[in-house]
Design a protein around this ligand. Structure first.
Ligand code: ADP
Length: 245
């Protein structure tokens, strides 16, 4: 079953053609990783799927709902499409439990007790069971990002979008966030992930989408993408990465 499908999607920012005829789909239980150089359109792809940016042409099918440039009901879609950002987006004046249960209680109208129970379950699972009363400023970047992931999980999304969620973290704490995502993948969660962590991408992905200059250049399985990419552009990208490491 397809959770998400993009058909000939185009996105412009003024005269910048950020997405050019994008076509791909994500099936239930699949982990798809989007790779590509900075500015190629990875983040824009996720932001269009979550309605944070408008598309100019093409169609998206999200959980059976057909979405074109005139679509309005993003509120409904966002309840089912979770997004985790590089910048956590936590409320500083709310503690961890309040941050996490805000969406379920206010938006999904779930009872407070049940929302807290679900939050405790996920907090424990990501190793932060003792942090429910802490405020964001008392947490490390890695902890904040795990809280942001828990907040999204508590909305019980059908697909989760991750936009470079470890890019702002110190190298020694990147691992703790990636491990949470690896576990979610193992449990069969449907995810669309933008990352620059190549070893992680290889480990977590069922399929890799490689983008360059607003286009999908290559769709491949991770093993072949990393050992024997089909395109010269992907080869160049991967070489650059080896060099940088
Ligand atoms: P990536 O996530 O791969 O680094 P982005 O999706 O952020 O790439 O950007 C794709 C292209 O769109 C780039 O050329 C970028 O400069 C441009 N872009 C992104 N966001 C905006 C914006 N809000 N306004 C104008 N141009 C943008």
């Amino acid at each position: 079953m397809e959770i998400l499908k993009l058909i000939d999607v185009n996105k412009f920012y003024g005269s910048t053609h950020a997405l050019k005829d994008i076509n791909f789909s994500v099936k239930k239980g699949e982990v798809v990783v989007i790779l590509g150089p900075s500015g190629c359109g990875k983040s824009t792809t996720l932001r269009c799927i979550n309605g944070l940016e408008e598309i100019q042409s093409g169609t998206m099918e999200i959980l059976g709902e057909k979405i074109d440039k005139n679509f309005q009901n993003w509120r409904k879609i966002r309840q089912k499409v979770g997004m985790v950002f590089q910048s956590y987006e936590l409320f500083d004046h709310l503690n961890v439990m309040q941050n996490i249960t805000l969406g379920p209680i206010k938006v999904q109208k779930i009872g407070k007790e049940e929302a807290i129970k679900t939050a405790k379950f996920w907090l424990k699972k990501v190793g932060l069971g003792d942090k429910e009363k802490a405020y964001p400023k008392e947490l490390s970047g890695g902890q904040k990002q795990r809280i942001a992931i828990v907040r999204s999980l508590c909305m019980n999304p059908d697909i989760m979008l991750f936009d470079e969620v470890t890019a702002a973290l110190d190298p020694e704490i990147v691992r703790e966030v990636l491990d949470v995502m690896l576990n979610l993948a193992k449990e069969g969660r449907t995810m669309l992930i933008v990352t620059h962590e190549m070893a992680f991408a290889r480990a977590v992905a069922d399929r890799v989408i490689f983008m360059d200059k607003g286009e999908i250049v290559e769709l491949n399985d991770p093993e072949n993408f990393f050992t024997n990419p089909k395109t010269d552009r992907a080869k160049k990208f991967l070489n650059m990465f080896e060099f940088k490491k």
